[in-house]
Design a binder for this molecule. Structure first.
Ligand SMILES: Cc1cc2nc3c(=O)[nH]c(=O)nc-3n(C[C@H](O)[C@H](O)[C@H](O)COP(=O)(O)OP(=O)(O)OC[C@H]3O[C@@H](n4cnc5c(N)ncnc54)[C@H](O)[C@@H]3O)c2cc1C
Length: 324
């Protein structure tokens, strides 16, 4: 039986949502293959269980202390040991910082095709065609992998996850790996921003631009985001002006996001910003300039002063949440 490996990712000792998307994509790719979830950096069976409940047939937990701080080097070495044993025909990663770093290294070692930043799949097995945005989201490319093993990275928030089934059973094995001759070892990670919701996986993002005028206004955006169950993002204009941390930057040189709802507040819509958010499902723009470029990609536009519009939105949302 052929196998597809779905590589899960941990964050704060929980599985990142994109891990479940890797399983869903693996199933769509070949529903007759065995889907093997691989979770690196843990021996905790709850992570294997969660992957099986999400649709994997079995799970391998890859354990080694070094893997608690993922690097391209240690993940590649650990994953290669699993791949050599399992001989999968497909490997699916999240298109995340670590996925983007590890997948090309593995593809190089296997001399295999790598289709990165995939947002959808049509067809199955060798005939599967993967769609990926190109030219900063201005066009889509349909690609096939032609090697014995094909690697895919999936853009978060694009593949519908399968319904969780807590009655699903599967083997969970812990594989202790040895990592030898590591060239770099991370001694400590110091986090700058921790908003709770990961920007690249958020379903709702309220984003501020230079038009918000101060760091204090970010608190207003945060309040709106929290009412909507989302998180805050920013344009580079806002980051450059010192209104927020660069970790929130969305765009060509920031994060690429695809939430269900993106609210751009005081953002002009420069091409470099749009590159990071144009694939959001619904875009709302609030800008006082009716000619602002952001309106050309917005589904809903509010021409107005954000300092008047946002408090009204917050008030309205509070009222409707009270009524529920
Ligand atoms: C190589 C390169 C890479 C880049 N990468 C990125 C990137 O990753 N992400 C990114 O965002 N940018 C990036 N940029 C910068 C980009 O070109 C723009 O400069 C930036 O996006 C502008 O940010 P902004 O829209 O917040 O600011 P501005 O362009 O100054 O727009 C501010 C907007 O706020 C509106 N406004 C002002 N006051 C109010 C108010 N009271 N109410 C409502 N609206 C108001 C204005 O009408 C205006 O449209 C990059 C640039 C380069 C050259």
């Amino acid at each position: 039986m052929s196998k597809i490996i779905a590589v899960a990712e941990l964050r704060d000792n929980g599985l990142r949502n994109v891990s479940f998307e890797t399983i869903s994509l693996a199933k769509q790719w070949d529903d007759e293959s065995e889907v093997v979830a691989v979770v690196l950096g843990t021996a905790d069976s709850k992570h294997g269980q969660a992957m099986i409940h999400a649709g994997a047939d079995r799970a391998i937990l890859v354990s080694n202390e070094q893997l608690h701080t993922p690097t391209a080097e240690n993940f590649t070495q650990a994953l290669m040991q699993v791949i050599n044993e399992e001989q999968p025909t497909g490997i699916v990663f999240g298109h995340t910082s670590i996925g983007k770093d590890v997948a090309p290294r593995i593809a190089g070692r296997l001399n295999a095709a790598l289709l990165s930043d995939v947002v959808s799949i049509e067809g199955q097995k060798q005939d599967a065609v993967f769609t990926r945005p190109i030219y900063a989201g201005k066009a889509f490319e349909k690609t096939q992998g032609k090697t014995e093993t094909v690697l895919v990275t999936v853009r978060p928030n694009n593949i519908e996850v399968l319904q969780t089934d807590s009655s699903r059973q599967g083997d969970i094995t812990v594989k202790e790996v040895e990592l030898v001759d590591l060239k770099t070892v991370v001694k400590e990670v110091v986090r700058k921003v921790s908003s709770g919701i990961d920007l690249s996986e958020a379903k709702v993002i309220v984003s501020g631009g230079r038009g918000i005028k101060s760091a204090d206004t970010f608190e207003m955006l945060r309040e709106l985001a929290e009412l909507l169950g989302g998180t805050v993002g920013a344009s580079r204009g806002a980051c450059d002006a010192g209104y927020c941390d660069y970790a929130l930057q969305i765009g060509q040189t920031g994060k690429v996001v695809t939430p269900d709802l993106y609210i751009a507040c005081g953002i002009s819509g420069a091409i470099q910003h749009v590159a990071g958010m144009s694939n959001s499902k619904i875009i709302v723009a609030i800008n006082k300039d009716p000619e602002a470029n952001i309106f050309s990609i917005a589904d809903y536009g509010i021409v107005g002063d954000l300092f008047e519009v946002i408090p009204l939105l917050i008030e309205e949302l509070k009222q409707s949440l009270k009524a529920v």
